[in-house]
Design a protein around this ligand. Structure first.
Ligand SMILES: Cc1cc2nc3c(=O)[nH]c(=O)nc-3n(C[C@H](O)[C@H](O)[C@H](O)COP(=O)(O)O)c2cc1C
Length: 134
């Protein structure tokens, strides 16, 4: 999980896919944080992305950095604990202008039943995918 965290963090931006009915939706995200031994992302409850995850928690994340492509399929589980939100916001102080751990909007979700697949986009056929489950 640490490897997944570090790659997503280093990438700076990842793309989060959700489902809206049978229509995939994808958008850039940046938040990634480890709390209580789990990998978290952050959003706002008012956003369609949040509502989509509440309805269908199956997600996929994709990012690329330094020739490595990471895809993470997972179930996003909301954690409504104030301490989980506070920990996330402490790691992204810039978000505190718009979010607070005790507002009714901030939402953090951890990834459950996650399978991360990391491949090198270099033309290196000798290196198979790295698969990390957490
Ligand atoms: C680089 C970048 C990083 C972003 N990171 C996040 C994030 O971590 N969480 C979030 O809720 N929105 C983030 N956003 C904003 C969302 O992409 C934006 O609100 C998007 O419209 C949400 O998807 P939705 O419209 O389907 O709800 C980020 C935007 C950019 C450009």
């Amino acid at each position: 999980m640490q490897r997944v965290y570090e790659l997503l963090k280093k990438a700076g931006v990842y793309y989060l896919a959700t489902m809206e009915g049978d229509q995939p939706r994808v958008r850039p995200f940046g938040t990634v944080h480890i709390f209580d031994g789990k990998l978290y992302i952050q959003t706002g409850k008012v956003k369609p992305v949040s509502q989509q995850m509440m309805k269908n928690p199956r997600i996929e994340i994709c990012a690329m950095k330094d020739g490595e492509v990471i895809r993470v399929q997972a179930t996003a589980v909301e954690d409504d604990r104030v301490e989980a939100k506070a920990s996330m916001l402490d790691s992204y102080p810039g978000l505190k202008a718009r979010y607070a751990a005790t507002d009714n909007n901030t939402q953090v979700l951890y990834l459950k039943d996650a399978v991360a697949t990391i491949t090198s986009n270099a033309f290196n056929v000798n290196k198979g995918p790295e698969i990390i489950k957490f």
